[in-house]
Design a binder for this molecule. Structure first.
Ligand SMILES: [Zn+2]
Length: 385
């Protein structure tokens, strides 16, 4: 790992190192392995979108800033060169790497744009603008990207950069609203983590909407005391709280669900392996941020069809559809809604999922009410339901 990687390694894109020498988790698949689908959806192929789905207002609550892949895309366009081939990367990931933690360990390990380029505030705005534009073009009316890593330290005014990007995209897509959140890596060196937490608490006054917690070990039981202390401070500052949990095992789902102020969980796929966990999420009204394509590409589930999204809904657990790492995984929010529609979710159900995502968002109450009022004006026609 070179110095640049070391400095940027704990970036906000999902990144944690594999626990070397750790025991493999004993994981009970959350899906029915006996299910047979003759033509499963291909996660790396375009999914034709019905016009009613294309027109549907969408919301994305879980997507990482992907600073380097996103900035490379911007710079490539500016320089008239091809951007890094993420489609080829994803194909090789699925072909060469076993599903689960080994694939996760390869995510956010390629840095096609260098840290020096991200030191320029204009480039930060440009890559955030690219992120928001991509979502708005796919029909998003609300996006909640996650900053991470060194951004708050290198750009103490990151909320101003974010608002400038939002302003530019809203000039083209007036319906779009966006809020920023921040992913905290609990394995960061304590002094550095504290500086980032402090920066987030200060940014809350500038409109930062929430935090997301990542920890190690990810797929076996982690220690949650430090996370609970940070969550308490964040909740006191008015920040919304979410956490990654249950992507590759059932470990940590219950502990994360009980964090002070937590109202959402990223992935939680393995909650479906234990009715008690489903009960816990339902009882607490926790919204699951379902990242269908990410879950298939990284191997949390073998196919879209095996994803427990319907079990969550049947259990009374609210869900949102999210992209997680749009550039690296090729998952626009339009693609995620089209995938859900191909799985049998009709427009009215997807509309209800957008409404729930807005209710579960970390945007302030006045903005939330305005978003929900605007959404209601776009309820699918009866013929499309
Ligand atoms: Zn994530």
């Amino acid at each position: 790992m070179n110095a640049g990687e070391s400095r940027r390694q704990p970036c906000g894109c999902v990144r944690w190192r594999l626990q070397r020498g750790g025991h493999a988790p004993v994981a009970v698949p959350p899906y029915n392995t006996s299910m047979h689908h003759p033509t499963p959806l291909d996660p790396l192929a375009a999914i034709p979108s019905d016009p009613a789905i294309t027109a549907l207002p969408k919301a994305d609550l879980h997507l990482h800033q992907e600073w380097s892949p996103r900035l490379d895309r911007v710079l490539a366009r500016r320089e008239g060169r091809p951007a890094y081939d993420w489609r080829g990367w994803a194909e090789s990931l699925m072909r060469e790497t076993p599903p689960g933690m080994p694939r996760l360990a390869r995510l956010s390990r390629v840095f096609p744009a260098p840290p020096e380029a991200d030191a320029d505030p204009a480039n930060v705005i440009a890559r955030l603008e690219d992120l928001l534009e991509e979502a708005a073009a796919a029909g998003a009316v609300y996006v909640e990207p996650r900053f991470g890593g060194a951004t708050a330290l290198e750009h103490p005014d990151f909320m101003a950069l974010f608002r400038e990007a939002e302003r530019r995209v809203r000039a083209r897509h007036p319906a779009l609203r966006a809020e920023a959140t921040y992913t905290l890596l609990l394995w960061d060196e304590p002094e550095r983590l504290e500086r980032i937490v402090t920066a987030c608490l200060q940014a809350a006054r500038d409109g930062l909407a929430g935090i997301d917690l990542l920890y190690q070990p990810y797929d076996t039981e982690a220690e949650w005391d430090a996370a609970a202390r940070i969550a308490t401070r964040a909740a006191d500052a008015g920040l919304g709280i979410t956490a990654h949990a249950g992507e590759f095992s059932a470990a940590n789902i219950a502990a994360a669900a009980r964090l002070p102020g937590l109202t959402r969980l990223g992935h939680a796929v393995y909650a479906a392996s234990d009715p008690r966990l489903l009960d816990l999420l339902a009882a607490r009204g926790i919204t699951v941020e379902c990242c269908l394509t990410c879950n298939v590409v990284l191997g949390a589930v073998p196919t879209y069809e095996a994803h427990p999204i319907r079990r969550f809904l049947a259990h009374g657990i609210p869900i949102a559809l999210c992209t997680d790492n749009p550039v690296q995984l090729g998952a626009t929010i339009g693609h995620e809604y089209a995938a859900a529609n191909a799985l049998g979710f009709p427009p009215a159900q997807l509309f209800a999922i957008t409404a729930n995502a807005l209710r579960a968002s970390f945007t302030p109450p006045a903005r939330k009410a305005a978003l929900l009022a605007a959404l209601n004006a776009h309820a699918p026609a009866e013929a499309d339901r």
